[in-house]
Design a protein around this ligand. Sequence first.
Ligand SMILES: Nc1ncnc2c1ncn2[C@@H]1O[C@H](COP(=O)(O)OP(=O)(O)OP(=O)(O)O)[C@@H](O)[C@H]1O
Ligand SMILES: [Mg+2]
Length: 345
Amino acid sequence: MPRSTLIDTLCAVPDPMLRIAPGGQIDEANTAAEAMLGEWIRQRSFVTVLRQPVLISQIEAAFRDAKPGTTRFTKTDQAGETVYRVQVTPLSAGEDGVLLHFADVSHFQEAEEMRRDFVANVSHELRSPLTALMGFIETLRGPARDDAEARDRFLSIMEDQALRMNRLVGDLLSLSRVEAEERIRPSQDVDLRDLLDGVIAALDQTAREQDSPVNIEAAPGDYRLRGDTDQLTQVFMNLTENALKYGGAGRPVTLRLSDGEGKGALRGPVVQVEVIDRGDGIDPLHLPRLTERFYRVDSHRSREMGGTGLGLAIVKHIVNRHRGRLRISSELGKGSTFAVILPRG
Ligand SMILES: Nc1ncnc2c1ncn2[C@@H]1O[C@H](COP(=O)(O)OP(=O)(O)OP(=O)(O)O)[C@@H](O)[C@H]1O
Ligand SMILES: [Mg+2]
């Protein structure tokens, strides 16, 4: 292939590509390769430029045995670490050099890491109630066999643990369902005002028990939108439950409804619901990670209260499905506001 044609072809590829001549110097590099490694690389030895032993030995093998292969190359700069899968291909059995193609696989790597973390988290969350259950079964078979009082007490703890596992599995199923539907646009007509009344009614008993009234503040307005009734109920149940749980006993919770145009980077008519508590607030440090699965500010307290740490992750997915936004603001000692902004159309 004439020189101009080869370099033109390489430059048309968005991934970094370069050719190493039989003498070991880099004689062709496309724009992406220069952007990745620097413009100085031309005519330099590949050993000087690439430096990573695994890749270097792969290239040497390609020259020696005329065999193609793949390997990894990691580049670290201010922006962080980028991982590439490098395809090493000898041209005309190495006589015309060796061609390298770099594909950025960082996002696959990240997804893989997230999947591993998720599995580890789920296993960990399931293991503790399960361990407790097995322990009590053992005790009931042995030492507490004939102790009616202990048996009742243990059974009620076992029930709590089983319920916790049940909640966790329920939340996991809910999360995967919401994720699966994330690209399907919701199509029901929902009146948020009515929906919030329903949420308040459902949580009435909890609110009474801890003496935290849940009030609704709504200026006259139009609160109808296109959405999924069950999912939006789940969003505001979760947020109001959190406000009650973490807001503290005796402190009221407010659901403030408003409508308007173009809030929170959304264009067009929107409806906003703010769930406001007067609790201890959340350290700003935690805010960016709050909607991650299993992320809890105080994991002991949250578990104690029966939380799975999946509530806000579910909320985020549902809000995304509705093409809305979730904004969290909080002040230590004063309380937190979780604002959901939903487009009406
Ligand atoms: N209103 C709030 N005030 C203070 N902290 C909060 C508030 N809402 C959520 N958090 C913190 O965010 C964490 C994550 O909340 P999330 O709703 O996802 O999980 P959870 O409440 O622990 O469990 P679940 O909702 O699944 O029962 C909570 O554990 C808590 O630490
Ligand atoms: Mg919650």
